[in-house]
Design a protein around this ligand. Structure first.
Ligand code: S6P
Ligand code: ZN
Length: 182
């Protein structure tokens, strides 16, 4: 990352939507405690597939800046539950926007009281209000990719989601995603 202040710039994501900045890879083994079916999760560790990748722009995570990232969630299920991101809440309450780029999925939001589900496809903008935890889910059979734009001072708290859950589990149903309260 560049240290602020950064100059105006054109940020290019290549065909795989990888920018010049770092790419974070999350494998199944990084997702301990996320899937309900622990036995299915443990069985998947033999191959330990990449579940998702996050490519970040060179804009720093600092106050006043507006960093972006592109997430690619590979298709698949664990014990019937769709591949998903870890999910987090921003410790400094800040809004965030997601733009669907390819594939289909959903944005699961939870304020600690009631969950919300926003279906996402290319061109959809999902708005995450301040104070809502959020997780993304690939509900299709091809990679689901989206752009995220968020205030640089928001921070990321993953423990909150491990403690409180996300309100719903998202399983594959006969007519699309099946949202199960938990
Ligand atoms: C950052 C934004 C996304 C996620 C990414 C991976 O505020 O919400 O870039 O970081 O989709 O999800 P997670 O929950 O592993 O950070
Ligand atoms: Zn976020």
């Amino acid at each position: 990352f560049v240290t602020p202040p950064v100059p105006p710039m054109r940020i290019t994501f290549d065909a795989r939507m990888e920018p010049s900045g770092p790419v974070l890879t999350r494998r199944m083994s990084d997702l301990r405690g996320l899937f309900a079916d622990t036995a299915a999760w443990e069985a998947s560790l033999a191959e330990d597939p990449v579940v998702y990748e996050v490519a970040s722009s060179p804009v720093p995570e600092a106050e006043g800046e507006l960093p972006q990232s592109i997430t690619t969630i590979h298709p698949g299920k664990v014990g019937g539950e769709f591949h998903m991101t870890k999910g987090h809440i921003h410790p400094r309450p800040r809004g965030e926007i997601y733009l669907g780029l390819s594939g289909v999925g959903g944005l699961l939001l939870f304020d600690g009281d009631k969950p919300e589900w926003i279906p996402m496809e290319p061109g959809s903008i999902g708005y995450i209000p301040p104070g809502w935890a959020h997780r993304s889910v690939n509900t299709g059979d091809e990679p689901y990719r989206f752009l995220a734009v968020y205030p640089g001072d928001a921070g990321h708290d993953y423990e909150w989601v491990l403690r409180n859950g996300m309100g719903y589990r998202v399983l594959g149903g006969a007519d699309g995603p099946d949202l199960r309260p938990f």
